[in-house]
Design a protein around this ligand. Sequence first.
Ligand SMILES: C[S@@+](CC[C@H](N)C(=O)[O-])C[C@H]1O[C@@H](n2cnc3c(N)ncnc32)[C@H](O)[C@@H]1O
Length: 279
Amino acid sequence: MKPNEPSRTALMIARQRAAHQLLDHGSILDDPFAMKILGEDEKEVLQFANKHPLASIGRLFTAARSRIAEDALSGAVERGVRQFVILGAGLDTFALRNPHRARDIRIYEIDHPATQAGKLQRLAEAQITLPPWLVLVPVDFERDEVGEKLAAAGFLENAPAFFTWLGVVPYLTKDAIVRTLDYMSSIPNSEVVFDYMEPPEAFSEELRQIEKARAEQLDKIGERSCSRFEPAGIAAILRSHGFSATKDIDFHQIASRFGHAIQSLAPGHLGAHVVQAKH
Ligand SMILES: C[S@@+](CC[C@H](N)C(=O)[O-])C[C@H]1O[C@@H](n2cnc3c(N)ncnc32)[C@H](O)[C@@H]1O
């Protein structure tokens, strides 16, 4: 990320979520705040969504990973979990939609200080007030200790917690990834949903070219995707952190479960996975 500037990829993902509402009627992820938080008009969002014929693939993955995470969170809440931590929250609107408000869950949004400040500004501009169950915690995963910052914000380290970490792992160094996993595994009965990317060889030919161009563009905006994993590598890292009951959902599974909900979904596949793991 560029110092002192909100994440540009967080903005792109927010546009994908907004486009999902406009083009697919939010059929995977119904998000009434997706357009509001962006503060852009429909024309701009549709222009973004139609800029490339393969953008529909990214829209599918964006909506599906949040849906998988939010469904898994609902299961955790049923089991009594009351702490939810969104790591690298970007312009995620779950805290505004929170369907578990009656269960008294506390939501901690962790993000890079510059992205969080940008989000607060967007919320103010959209006249959206912060809900009382939300705690914002600025953290730079590369420099700060997540645990220290969370504890200082009131998070209970001896109570179970559910974490999501969506669209973040590819942008972090291995060291920051391992330190964050170390922390999550120190919380009793912790659960996490995150996504990761495989090396480019796992992408279909056309998408590989696009990935290459995207990597160059991300390099320019200082958000280079630096960590990629093979599925066996991720499984080994999770095992070594004591996570079990791991589910690794690949793009083919995502497309067969949710693909029908995306308008004019282009052919092709991403080497992208969503993982659910319990400690
Ligand atoms: C692609 S966005 C995903 C945002 C959000 N999870 C979503 O799905 O909409 C990546 C997020 O990772 C955060 N991020 C990247 N590097 C970070 C770092 N070193 N420390 C904290 N957050 C970071 C960015 O601020 C951004 O919010």
